[in-house]
Design a protein around this ligand. Structure first.
Ligand code: HPA
Length: 273
């Protein structure tokens, strides 16, 4: 069975429980699962109950799709994402995004915790993504193209939807959050960067570096979805003087601290688009 048919089967199982229009899909990053509390839950699905859905393994991630209401809109929330470094194939990492599109969803919000590459940043800052640089070793669209999803050679001029990131930035500024637009560098992990790597990614034009998001955003663009991406800076990687030894635990703690701001911005965008 190919990805399209598997995703369709999965979408049918979801539709059997909820057949209404879903406005937004939201993929939550490490330490950022509290957004779930904003959802007036209609129904939810354990990954184990969804055909062809991979199962979640990493610390700090659960494995649930939740459908519910946020500010009068219907959202589906993926709590527990799949990372390439865990050993999943790129098709598995991006499978939920395929399912979202086959549910008729056109708007995607993805959050993550990331390392900071911009010297002006502090831990807890928010970077609203305006672009990315893909440094992961495998491209999610490699292989035979399925035209039912989208074209062979998708345009990536507006990988992140300008209206989303501009309005999200204005809102964040109006709330006095430390927040900038920036470029996300997507790496494989699971090592954090060496000092030389942080420096190299800074020079390449990156503002945040992390181990997720890019495959999902590529696949969303393949299917002409509009994307908002938000990173929380959990540690500073540049310049050298700001660099400290970090752990996954610390990343989870720092992103959890900054989470209410991200939840606020995400909720604002859901309400206003
Ligand atoms: N590098 C890569 N991924 C990350 C980092 C980092 O410094 N912090 C949180 N996720």
């Amino acid at each position: 069975m190919n990805v399209y048919e598997s995703a369709l089967e999965c979408a049918h199982v979801i539709k059997a429980k909820f057949s209404g229009t879903i406005d937004f899909a939201v993929v939550l990053g490490s330490g950022l699962s509290n957004f779930e509390r904003e959802i007036d839950i209609i129904c939810s699905f354990d990954y184990a109950d969804l055909p062809h859905f991979p199962l979640s393994t990493v610390l700090g991630h659960k494995g649930k799709l939740i459908i519910g209401k946020v500010k009068g809109k219907i959202v589906i929330c993926q709590s527990g994402r799949f990372h390439y470094y865990e050993g999943y194939s790129v098709n598995q990492v991006t499978f939920p995004i395929r399912v979202f599109k086959l549910l008729g969803i056109e708007k995607l919000i993805a959050t993550n915790a990331a390392g900071g590459l911009n010297p002006n940043q502090e831990v807890g800052d928010i970077v609203i993504l305006k672009d990315h640089i893909n440094m992961q070793p495998e491209h999610p669209l490699r292989g035979k193209n399925d035209d039912r999803f989208g074209p062979r050679f998708p345009d990536m001029m507006h990988a992140y939807y300008p209206d989303f990131y501009n309005k999200a930035l204005s809102y964040a500024r109006s709330k006095n959050y430390r927040c900038e637009l920036g470029v996300y560098v997507g790496v494989q992990g699971p090592t954090f960067e060496t000092p030389a790597e942080y420096q190299a990614f800074h020079r390449m034009g990156g503002d945040a570096v992390g181990m997720s998001t890019v495959p999902e955003v590529i696949v969303a663009n393949h299917m002409s979805m509009k994307v908002l991406g938000i990173s929380i800076i959990a540690d500073c990687g540049y310049p050298l003087e700001k660099l400290k030894v970090i752990s996954h635990q610390e990343v989870l703690e720092k992103s959890a601290e900054a989470e209410p701001k991200v939840t606020d911005i995400v909720t604002y965008v859901i309400e206003n688009f």
